[in-house]
Design a binder for this molecule. Sequence first.
Ligand code: SAH
Length: 269
Amino acid sequence: MKTTGKAWLIGAGPGDPELLTLKAVRALGECDVLFVDDLANPAVLAHARYDARRIAVGKRAGCRSTPQEFIERSMVHEARSGLTVGRVKGGDPFVFGRGGEEMLALRAAGIEVEIASGVTAGCAVPAALGIPVTHRDVARSVTFVTAHTRDGEAPDYAALARVGGTLVFYMGLGALDEISAGLVAGGLPGTTPACVVSQGTLPRQASVVSPLDRIALDAKGLPGPALIVVGDVVNLANRGQGRNISEIGVRVEISRYFYPDPDFDRRRA
Ligand code: SAH
């Protein structure tokens, strides 16, 4: 008799392959078959078994993607045949990653599911610029918002403006105009510091820091995936390097390397 396999939902982290948990590394090494999101850096698959089957199931905005139901059915099918199945997702599987839906579908089919949490872009991507998402006396809360909903409804910008603190928008690049206009109409000052970080923690990381009412204009042309950070914490971006937004207004940086380099500070000194 065949025994049922199991499934792992694996967070691949935001991009930099070193931002992977030890649990994710172990899970990757256990899987017979891997369903891999295109947001996940393929470099993390270095931890997969050499003989593991890898299936690309991309679903980037605007592109054709593998239907969610098909992914779920395939995972159930493979697990039922006794295999250990992995679902590799960018960031954390439970933060705007549809990991919850997959967990429910797998459990409904009687398959054991384990979660290897990942480092979500919402924390690590701002951190790559030196922006802490909360900071004493500056931001007492952080709100993760998706600019995309299933029914196409916009977020309640007035409510977000009232919450204040740090606002982090996922999947918002295409709606940047609407986000900034909505927040300003909702009551946030147009001078609130805002930041767009494209391909954060990766070699092609690029970022723009500018006031909320200018950010859509200034960040035009940045490629995705990109995260939008709004709030006073943005002023802390790379503090100490003379690049405070209030001093220089707009800042654009292209192609910065953020892989850890232990000698970086020593060499600059
Ligand atoms: N589960 C993922 C988020 C998936 S939604 C996580 O926890 O991070 C996809 C969105 O995440 C993108 O549209 C973008 O807003 C954000 N994102 C993911 N990786 C990113 C990166 N390296 N740089 C900037 N934004 C990123």
